[in-house]
Ligand binder design. Sequence first.
Ligand code: NAP
Length: 273
Amino acid sequence: MTEPFDPRTHQASPGELAGRIIAVTGASSGLGRAVALACARYGATVVLIGRSEKKLEAVHAEIAAAGGPEAAIGVLDLERAVARDYDQLADALAGRYWRLDGLVHNAGLLGTLSPIEHYDVPTWCRVLHVNLTAAFALTQVLLPALKKSADAAVLFTASSVGRRGRAYWGAYAVAKFGLEGLSQILADELEGTSAIRVNTLNPGRARTAMRRQAYPAEDVETVPLPETLTGPYVALLGPASRGVTGRAFDAQPGLPAGAATRAASSAGSSSRE
Ligand code: NAP
């Protein structure tokens, strides 16, 4: 019997993502920036998507300085974008590259940590919109380009609190539960009819602005840097994961690889996000 695919143990070759065009949302900072830089390092042409052109330009410059393939920038504020903005981004991408080989939904908003009883309704709507509805809208508009790829991957960024409910995580956790559902539905719809695989990846604890907001008293030195967590992203975007679809993965040890949602959730602990 062959072992189930585990993106945590895959050793990428230097040109693992060569020739691939991969879009990353929230590429301006935190995990998204680290994933974008890693994709470029492994040879991908990266489409940096974010709301701040200035921050995206800085990542673009980092990729160029490291000798990576020239990246592209797509400015899209996921809170404010309307259908026309999504269409413009998809048209620009199709005009420049014709196809898309990878789409990493990484952008996210924590909102507030609060009991459901007192959760602020406008914040609820904003978090659900940025974290879930925008990912659906962007996927939908980029599906034609993904279908033109011979081996495409869609990756949604998950969280432990979106696999097993935990007090006070409110809209953020509900949106992450929604992404697991969206991923499973899309994987089921595309399996057998396209070369697109769809999975979720929970990065686990990462030293980013969002983590600091969620755990302000935590000793940051104990939290892994985003740069140390990019291997599983590369594995799930590259040829190693071809045919692997509809699964929920974790980037850090402690959980079974590609576990079903219930199995993955049972291992959560209070400091996991
Ligand atoms: P982060 O440093 O706060 O990064 C969040 C990213 O989302 C930033 O690039 C941010 O852009 C972007 N973003 C926020 N609102 C946006 C909007 N309206 N339009 C476009 N982009 C927007 O947080 P992170 O920790 O790297 O989070 C990345 C992903 O990992 C999230 O999906 C998060 O839920 C998930 N995650 C993180 C952890 C962790 O411990 N850090 C654990 C589990 C899951 P700006 O740079 O312009 O602010």
